[in-house]
Design a protein around this ligand. Structure first.
Ligand code: SF4
Ligand code: F3S
Length: 104
């Protein structure tokens, strides 16, 4: 599966939802997650994210993100249409440690 990681937080560009063939993105207040059981591993969303926040879970060190995606995909509502990015998306793109600072 692919998963959404730290740099989505406080950016939420939502380009990803436009290309997903199975609509498996779910929306929280300041980030999206992918439902790991619904993702068909097509990979088309990965290059679409301006924040480079989408990664295959085969990359090392992403266990906590797989857990977070799994948890919130079962709670948050589905998102299938693009929205405006969050207001500070450009300023906060690439900032370290967004999970601790901005996740809610
Ligand atoms: Fe959707 Fe494909 Fe991205 Fe999985 S890899 S979230 S199926 S676009
Ligand atoms: Fe987030 Fe990138 Fe999608 S910032 S909302 S994963 S396009």
């Amino acid at each position: 599966t692919y998963i959404v990681t730290d740099n989505c937080i406080a950016c939420k560009y939502t380009d990803c939802v436009e290309v997903c063939p199975v609509d498996c993105f779910y929306e929280g207040e300041n980030m999206l997650v992918i439902h790991p059981d619904e993702c068909i591993d097509c990979g088309v969303c990965e290059p679409e994210c301006p924040a480079e926040a989408i990664k295959p879970d085969t990359e090392s060190g992403l266990d906590k993100w797989l857990e977070l995606n799994t948890k919130y995909a079962s709670i948050w509502p589905n998102l299938t249409e693009r929205r405006d990015p969050l207001p500070d998306a450009k300023a906060l793109d690439g900032e370290e440690g967004k999970l601790e600072k901005y996740f809610s």
